[in-house]
Design a protein. Structure first.
Length: 340
């Protein structure tokens, strides 16, 4: 049995009540005329009658509207509030709504007034009327869609690599993400696949390194990845997991130059390098698809990596990759010193 949905009294109904009250009709007579329960009319007369002017339809409507507005909780992200200004600032730093939400909870664990869910942030952004402010806020989001959209995977292009070592013989501790120093790698391509940037992600800390590539050849991959990996302390460069892209044809030379063991994923299995796939999505906020990536210098790429590495991450209880990697580096230094 369907329950009837209650509807608030309308202005024209209040006008009828006022007219019938002046005529001295009973509450039940008013209710029958309106097709309302007598209790509804009785409550209306008690709540919205002015002590000085009695019951008047316009005044009753005003009193009712004021009461309903007062009963609503204030919006969490009021544009004039301090919390809204904090959220806007962090969005301008390219933090995601989830990162903002988690960090606020970590910074103010005992102050719920400073907490806001990521859904509330998204709602506040997309509820903005069309205009410049809405465009600016949406541009701060990772993908910048005009409406909220589901995530889709891109096309996975692969080549043939000689002497590959399969991911299935990779040591189990790499999967566990407990031991540091295991990396995932990839190329992200620019307009027409004419330019590229090398991406390295440490699996435990999610630290990101970006390498400028002159082109998408194996020679560029060897030079770029060798330089970046050798900039890391030796204990924290143990393995590299890569897809079957042609740029890794010289993987044996990379291993000889860096001491890093290279393992290759199965074809069409991007989830086997989940950290790198996720990072590629984050990087597109800085390096959009269809743009010429050759215009970025190594210093500019390092600044982009620093920005990503400074962001709080949900997987680290909203600590940043820099913080986690620094702890890993100290542990590795202590372990190395104790061995020697």
């Amino acid at each position: 049995m369907n329950k009837s949905k209650y509807q608030q009294l309308q202005p024209e109904e209040r006008l009828t009540i006022a007219s019938m009250k002046q005529q001295g009709l009973s509450v039940r007579a008013m209710a029958r005329t309106l097709g309302r329960p007598a209790s509804t009319v009785s409550r209306e007369l008690v709540r919205n009658t002015c002590a000085v002017r009695g019951y008047a339809s316009v005044l009753a409507q005003t009193i009712s509207s004021a009461r309903r507005a007062a009963a609503r909780p204030p919006r969490k992200l009021d544009h004039q509030g301090a919390l809204s200004r904090i959220v806007l600032s962090l969005l301008s730093w390219k933090w995601s709504p989830q990162q903002i939400s988690g960090t606020l909870k970590r910074m103010y664990p005992n102050d719920p007034t400073q907490h806001v869910s990521h859904e509330t942030i998204y709602t506040a952004i997309y509820a903005q009327p069309r205009g410049e402010l809405r465009r600016q806020l949406i541009a701060c989001l990772r993908h910048g869609h005009s409406t909220r959209m589901s995530r889709k995977r891109g096309t996975d292009r692969r080549g043939q690599i000689p002497d590959m070592v399969s991911i299935h013989v990779r040591p189990p501790e790499v999967d566990d993400r407990v031991m540091p120093g295991h990396w995932e790698g990839d190329f992200i391509k620019g307009a027409g696949n004419q330019s590229s940037v090398g991406v390295l992600v440490e699996r435990t800390s999610r630290l990101v390194l970006l390498a400028k590539m002159e082109d998408a050849t194996a020679a560029s991959a060897l030079a770029g990845f060798t330089a970046k990996l050798n900039s890391i302390a030796a204990p924290l460069r143990q393995s590299l997991t890569y897809d079957q892209g042609k740029e890794m044809t010289r993987h044996q030379e990379l291993s000889a130059a860096t001491g890093v063991r290279v393992y290759f994923c199965d074809p069409h299995s991007p989830w086997q390098r989940g950290s790198c796939e996720n990072t590629n999505g984050l990087l597109r906020q800085y390096l959009p698809k269809g743009t010429d990536l050759s215009i970025y210098s190594q210093d500019e790429l390092d600044a982009i990596a620093d920005s990503l590495n400074s962001r709080p991450r949900a997987t680290h209880a909203f600590h940043s990759p820099f913080e986690v990697f620094e702890r890993m580096l100290k542990t590795a230094s202590i372990t190395s010193a104790s061995v020697h």
